[in-house]
Design a protein around this ligand. Structure first.
Ligand code: SF4
Length: 363
């Protein structure tokens, strides 16, 4: 009989979310720019990138200005692993990563000889925060019979403690593979994604207790009400969303899978349960369709129910200028730690290549 357990021998999710709320209260959101100021900053960034042989790699959840800038300057827009792989294959001397900190770390692990800069090092992730290495390592030690599988949204130290790193679109295949080998799994950190994988595969999984503050806010009740207003709409959801939301979804997938589905589903109206930063790309790939953000929990919810990651929003043009000018916010990963983190990352890449899968993931 398959086993699914959410670990309780750690700080509660409520305590983690209190940390997030506290962060949000003191964070300064990027300032609104006038057209002339925006154009001046864009020119300055392009000049700096050219003089430093730098390329911009931006996540789908970042500001549309940054996504456009990355594409205009022959950089890259994608999910976290695609960003890191682009960085490894690029001949740039400097990679500027617009996203959150674990993405910068992954880029550095895969490209240790390149300079990796970020507009801000304060941009983190609730999953990363809620999975500190000391507690996670102790948890692993308590369950030595389990194979440790971690989501890409973790620190380099947590990756180095794992057997496998996975992204959301390859997680099902990796867990099925491990299940066929008779292995029991310790999964971290996202409990909703872990639970979705367990329900789908039937694997024996012990789950760490953490969640994405953006996806956790999507609510099934509001979604049902929205479907009464848009009865012909398709629902596309990221598997970090709660189970009740996934039960209503027509397509469940990573950011890249959602973008592909937006192209291929016949529906003209599409309700999307993931960070609304993705709408920029969705409108590009299917301009004839109407995209509607799935309803969230209301004013009292974490993340202020904006369906937008507050850390992704910290990547501003001015911060990019400062980083490129002063070499601030450089990502450093200890060389030995990076080598250890590379092992489970490479295991995933090899698995994907052997199984002819395209490894796609999300934040
Ligand atoms: S959207 Fe969620 S998973 Fe992605 S970086 Fe933000 S908090 Fe982390």
């Amino acid at each position: 009989m398959a086993n699914i357990t959410v670990s309780s021998d750690m700080d509660s999710l409520a305590a983690d979310l209190a940390v997030v709320r506290e962060f949000l209260d003191r964070a300064t959101p990027p300032q609104e720019l006038s057209d002339s100021e925006r154009d001046r900053l864009l020119r300055q960034i392009k000049e700096l990138m050219q003089s430093r042989n730098a390329k911009l790699v931006a996540h789908y959840y970042t500001d549309s200005l940054l996504q456009d800038l990355a594409e205009e300057t022959d950089g890259f827009v994608g999910d976290s692993l695609e960003m890191a792989r682009y960085g490894r294959e690029s001949d740039a001397s400097v990679l500027i990563v617009a996203g959150v900190k674990f993405m910068g770390e992954s880029a550095k692990i895969l490209s240790p000889d390149k300079t990796v800069l970020m507009p801000t090092l304060e941009a983190t992730c609730s999953l990363d925060i809620a999975c500190p290495i000391d507690k996670f390592s102790a948890f692993c030690d308590q369950h030595p019979d389990r194979t440790v599988v971690v989501y890409a949204n973790t620190s380099a130290a947590v990756k180095a403690r794992s057997d496998w790193v996975v992204t959301s679109s390859i997680a099902l295949e990796v867990v099925e593979h491990l299940m066929e080998r008779g292995e029991k799994i310790l999964w971290a950190p996202d409990k909703h994604l872990g639970s979705y994988i367990q329900r789908t595969t039937g694997a024996d999984m012990l789950l760490w207790d953490a969640a994405c503050i953006v996806h956790e806010e999507f609510k099934s009740r509001g979604l049902k009400a929205m479907l009464q207003m848009y009865p012909d709409a398709a629902v596309l959801a990221h598997p970090e969303s709660p189970e009740a939301v996934l039960n209503i979804a027509d397509v469940i997938g990573s950011t890249t899978q959602i973008i592909n589905a937006a192209r291929t589903v016949p529906n003209e109206q599409i309700i999307v349960a993931t960070d609304k930063g993705i709408f920029h790309k969705l409108q590009q790939v299917a301009p004839e369709k109407q995209f509607i953000i799935a309803p969230t929990a209301g004013d009292d919810a974490t993340c202020r129910s904006c369906a937008h990651c507050p850390w992704m929003a910290m990547n501003s043009l001015q911060a990019m200028v400062d980083s490129l000018l002063n070499n601030t916010n450089e990502i450093h990963v200890d060389v030995e730690l990076g080598k250890r983190a590379m092992v489970p990352l490479q295991r995933m890449l090899d698995f994907a290549a052997e199984n002819a899968l395209r490894v796609k993931g999300k934040a």
